[in-house]
Structures are given as structure tokens and as C-alpha cells.
Unconditional design. Structure first.
Length: 611
């Protein structure tokens, strides 16, 4: 009797239960109707599975790890409902509830970010500490230490919510916070790019519900929420790392750790060796970021469903995708297409960090360059790192122009616009969270800041600014990432300088903020800037002149990068000036006669609405 009881207890103790279900729920009436649900629990694969309410199980997939079971159900034509999965084995059974939720009205055709927007990039841990009570949490390792420039400082979702009116006053229409999902590394976790749970907001930033509140608060203000999504890698503390679903869930090498060569050109280089191409795609970004294998169908489906889950759950308005071009080319193309199939108007901008317009354009959807290789990334938007590089390399310090220096650099950049399938849907910026700060590169020269911001505000594309630039914040990449990711003044209790309010700003901060706010609030309503045509003229005497125009209006931009005042004869620009006789500068309110000539002060810009 005792022996039989012992074996019964042993059987029950090893009998599986469900520890995780991902995605934790789904929605009825989705375009992606066959949902693959991952169940995780000890020896769960030993069970047979049935679903209640007549739910059809299309496929049950097991892997070499008995602790995982991937079950695909068909939800087409199903109503929102609760139902139950029953797991059976040896006359024992247990159940797991599951839920199909109703979709928000018109969710499929949600509007996304576009060239009418100003995107504000926030380093989430460094913007504002709205809830000090969650600085340190029991379920995460790293604790707050503001004295460590590479540590956690306590910025959170509540801090962003509390300062949305500041962003609205600035002219921001879309917010891109760096990743908010859990990153449980022991150090350096503040940046969020080494995620340990991609269905959970990091508890030091807040909760999933707080993230929903952020989306709602943005939408109430007519602003958009862009999630920073990572498809290439996770963090080494991701919960799966101790018990992978399959060996090839990650890219692994028999010889041990292999780091990427970072040569993304191998993705399209027709002369590249297979070895170099493989190391680029399959090598790990760094040792703490295991490289995901998007060519594994289970991994790819997991990432697709996770992305769609966040869009639907948090009512998102767009994605920025980290290290896009390091992913498996075919896999990331399928991932992107699956999302835009679900949400036809959804915009996704990918990080493809090249300094060549042709190489960047390769990654935009319907690229004729990529079509040569029968490839289409399906990626709607790309980041203009080529333009950024021109700004970052000191073009505004080149007072004297020659064949290849000065304003001709910008002219040459824009001559490559024909390479892009959708030139209005590229991201233009002077800096971001991985680059040197503009105000450090240019030694806090306000005139040069004005020129740079005026440029990204008035050329084609979607402008993006980095938190704190609008108050003159600086930082050097040479010192380290922590220096280009400083705390926003006023975001923490006890800060003596509060730049979130006009009263709290220094005179220097007011100068930067007032200019930036005037510029981008003007841009908000200017469809001629959002999607008008562009004509530019070869720079002379280091002055760059271009027009944005449509059938109803025209804007003339004159940028003088020389060290002297320049006077331009207007007859050279007659094909764009046409019957306009004057122009009003949107920054100063001054009017200029277009009949004969215009003078532009050194290191300055005029943005003229033509009358």
C-alpha cells in the first residue's frame, strides 16, 4: 500500500502544470487568425490537449525540450470568448483558461506616424522619475544609483506621462521611448535593449497597465506612441535562456561564442563570402545579447505574434526596430509583412546604420536596388544615417566651401533621393541615443543648432529630435554612453534646475526651447513641408537654397554657412519664385522683398513663406 502511494505521489509531483502562456491572450476578428500559443511547464509535452467551445486545434508541435508545447488554434469567425485548454496524461488532467478579446473599433486601420509628425526620442531611464517608489523592485537585480553614469537612474513611465504637456508645448506629435520591457541584467540594464521578458514592462518603469495609461494619455493629446522593438536579440537574462525551446532558437556555434563582424554590407554585397555573411547575421551583437534565429519558424512566429500583441494591447501607433539589418533577411521581411498585413497603415522605421544612401535605400519597402537581388524588406521607413553623418562630421564648422566641403554636402545628400522608394517616409535626425550629442559636437553654438534643426524641419522626411536637445543638453560619446544619456534637469525630486517649466529654465535653456518650439509648432500644420515637392539649387558662397512647394503654397529656405553675410540675386531662383513677390520669415516675422536680392546673415537660416 505504501509502495503504491509512493509511486502515485511521484507521478503527481512530476506531472506538468503551466508556468507560462504566450501570448497570454488574443483577439477575435484578427487577420492573423491561426494563433500559435506557447505553453511552458515541466514535461508539458507529454500531454494530449483539447480545447473547449468547439475551438479547432490545427497543430500541436513539440520540440526536443519536453517543457514546451506549441499549439496552433484557428480563431477565424470566432466571437470574443473565454475557453479552456485541457491537458491529459495517464488519466490525470489539468486545465488552462484562455481568452479571445474583442478588438477596438477600426483597430486594423489605425493611423500611424508619418511626415506630418515630430518624433521625440526619450531615453526612458533618464527623462523623469515620476514614481520613486518603484526605483528598486524585488523582481529585478540592478538598483538605482544616479552617481553611476552607466547605472539605473530611475526614469519611468509616470515621469513621461507627467511631462507630456511639456512635449506638446514643444511641438512634439509622436513619442519614441527606448525599450520599456523588462531588462534584468545585473548591470547596464537601464537602456532596455537586453530584454528578459518581452510580454512584461520592466517593474522599475512601471506596469503593463501603466504603459496603457501612457498610450491613452498621448492619444488624449493627439500624440502617438511608438514602441522601440528589438527583433535581433534578447538579453542573456531572458527567462528562456536557462531552458531554450530548441537548440537553434538562438544562433549558436560549435566553437563557442562568436561576435558579429558588424559588416551589414554583407547582407547585399554580391562579392561577400558566405562566412562573412553568416558571422554578420548569426554572430551576437555583444556577449550579453543572445542572437535570435529568425529563420527558425517557431522563433519567427513568436516575434510576429509578440509584436502584434503589443500593437493591439497597448494601442500603438508605430514601431522603431533596433538593429533591423542584423536580422535574417528573409525572416525579418516576413516579420514586417505580417505586421503590415495586420495593420495596413502601420508605420515601422528600421535601424539600418549605413552612411550610404544606396545602402540605406536597399532596406526600404519596394526598393529597386534590392529588387536586383529579388529581395523586398517590406520595411516602410528607414533612418537617414547618411544625412546624420554629414551633420555629425562638422559640416556647420566648414565656413569656407569648396568642391566637397560646406553646404554642398547637403546638396549632394539630397541628389540621392531618387534611390528611395518613398522619400517622404524616411527618418531625419541630427543625433540619437547612440551618437555624439549635437551640442557637444558644435560646442553649444546656438546658431549652428538653429541651422541643423531648421534643416531637419524643412527637408523631406520625418524629423526626430533627441530629448534635451531643445534645452541645449550635450554629451560626448568619447566619454561613454552614459554621458550622451544624461538626466533631464527637473526630472528628479531635488533638481535645482527644472527645464520642464518656463520659470525653471535658465536663460540659455529658454533660448533653445523657444526657438525649437516655434519651429516645430509652425511645421505641424504645414502640409507643404509634410509632403510637398522639393527643388534645391547648387550652393554658392556656402549658401544652400531650396524650396518646398505644392499647388497652393511655397516655402523658401536659405541657409548661410559662411562666416560672412551673403547677398543672393533672386532671379536665379525664378523658376520657383514665379509670381511670388515677398517672403515672411517664420522665425522672426520679418518680410523680404523677392524682386531683386535677399541678404542672409552669416551662420543663419531664413525660412520664408512666400506671398
Amino acid at each position: 500500500m505504501k509502495k503504491n502511494l509512493f509511486f502515485l505521489l511521484m507521478t503527481l509531483s512530476t506531472f506538468s502544470q503551466v508556468d507560462r502562456v504566450e501570448p497570454p491572450f488574443w483577439w477575435a476578428d484578427m487577420h492573423l487568425s491561426d494563433v500559435q500559443i506557447m505553453f511552458y511547464g515541466k514535461n508539458i509535452a507529454q500531454n494530449d490537449v483539447v480545447a473547449s467551445n468547439g475551438i479547432i486545434i490545427k497543430n500541436v508541435q513539440k520540440t526536443e525540450n519536453p517543457n514546451y508545447l506549441f499549439i496552433t488554434i484557428e480563431t477565424k469567425n470566432l466571437k470574443a470568448q473565454d475557453f479552456v485548454f485541457t491537458f491529459k496524461n495517464n488519466n490525470n488532467s489539468f486545465t488552462q483558461n484562455y481568452n479571445l478579446k474583442p478588438r477596438k473599433k477600426n483597430s486594423r486601420f489605425r493611423k500611424s506616424f508619418d511626415s506630418s509628425d515630430l518624433i521625440y526620442l526619450i531615453m526612458s531611464d533618464r527623462f523623469a522619475n515620476g514614481n520613486p517608489a518603484i526605483d528598486n523592485t524585488s523582481d529585478t537585480f540592478e538598483k538605482v544609483n544616479r552617481s553611476n553614469k552607466d547605472g539605473r537612474h530611475g526614469g519611468d513611465i509616470e515621469g513621461i506621462i507627467k511631462n507630456l504637456d511639456y512635449l506638446k508645448e514643444l511641438g512634439v506629435t509622436a513619442v519614441w521611448p527606448t525599450p520599456l520591457c523588462e531588462d534584468n541584467d545585473e548591470k547596464g540594464s537601464y537602456h532596455g535593449y537586453g530584454q528578459s521578458d518581452v510580454y512584461k514592462i520592466d517593474s522599475r518603469f512601471g506596469s503593463n497597465e501603466d504603459y496603457l495609461r501612457l498610450s491613452d494619455a498621448l492619444h488624449q493629446r493627439g500624440m502617438k506612441n511608438i514602441m522601440d522593438y528589438v527583433t535581433n536579440h534578447w538579453g542573456y537574462k531572458h527567462w528562456m535562456m536557462e531552458d531554450l525551446p530548441t537548440y537553434d532558437w538562438l544562433h549558436q556555434f560549435p566553437t563557442g561564442y562568436v561576435q558579429t563582424n558588424y559588416k551589414m554590407t554583407t547582407q547585399f554585397d554580391s562579392n561577400a563570402s558566405e562566412l562573412d555573411r553568416k558571422i554578420c547575421m548569426d554572430g551576437w551583437f555583444v556577449k550579453s545579447m543572445p542572437d535570435l534565429n529568425q529563420s527558425n519558424p517557431l522563433v519567427l512566429r513568436y516575434l510576429i505574434q509578440n509584436a502584434i500583441w503589443w500593437i493591439e494591447y497597448a494601442d500603438l501607433d508605430g514601431f522603431r526596430v533596433d538593429t533591423y539589418s542584423y536580422c535574417d533577411k528573409v525572416g525579418i521581411s516576413e516579420w514586417t509583412k505580417a505586421i503590415t498585413d495586420e495593420y495596413p497603415n502601420f508605420n515601422i522605421v528600421g535601424e539600418a546604420w549605413y552612411y550610404s544612401s544606396a545602402q540605406i535605400a536597399y532596406w526600404q519597402k519596394d526598393s529597386k536596388i534590392a529588387a536586383i537581388q529579388s529581395y523586398n524588406s517590406n520595411l516602410p521607413s528607414v533612418m537617414d544615417f547618411s544625412l546624420f553623418e554629414t551633420i555629425n562630421k562638422g559640416v556647420f564648422n566648414e565656413d569656407v566651401a569648396n568642391w566637397e566641403k560646406g553646404m554642398v554636402r547637403f546638396y549632394n545628400e539630397l541628389t540621392n533621393d531618387f534611390l528611395y522608394p518613398n522619400i517622404n517616409n524616411i527618418l531625419v535626425f541630427a543625433e540619437n541615443h547612440d551618437t555624439n550629442r549635437f551640442n557637444d559636437t558644435y560646442n553649444h553654438d546656438f546658431n549652428k543648432y538653429q541651422m541643423a534643426m531648421s534643416l531637419i524641419a524643412t527637408i523631406r522626411g520625418i524629423p526626430q529630435i533627441y530629448y534635451g536637445s531643445e534645452i541645449g543638453m550635450a554629451g560626448s560619446k568619447n566619454i561613454g554612453d552614459g554621458d550622451i544619456r544624461r538626466d533631464f534637469p527637473g526630472g528628479w525630486n531635488g533638481d535645482t534646475n527644472n527645464a520642464f517649466t518656463n520659470e525653471g529654465r535658465t536663460d540659455e535653456q529658454k533660448k533653445y526651447f523657444n526657438f525649437t518650439s516655434k519651429l516645430f509648432n509652425w511645421r505641424k500644420t504645414k502640409s507643404v513641408i509634410h509632403n510637398g515637392k522639393l527643388t534645391h539649387y547648387i550652393p554658392e558662397n556656402n549658401v544652400y537654397v531650396y524650396f518646398r512647394y505644392n499647388e497652393k503654397e511655397s516655402v523658401m529656405v536659405l541657409m548661410n554657412n559662411s562666416s560672412e553675410k551673403q547677398t543672393l540675386k533672386t532671379n536665379r531662383f525664378q523658376e520657383n519664385i514665379k509670381n511670388y513677390t515677398s517672403g515672411k520669415d517664420i522665425l522672426t516675422g520679418n518680410s523680404f522683398d523677392l524682386k531683386t536680392e535677399i541678404s542672409v546673415e552669416s551662420k543663419s537660416v531664413l525660412i520664408l513663406e512666400l506671398k
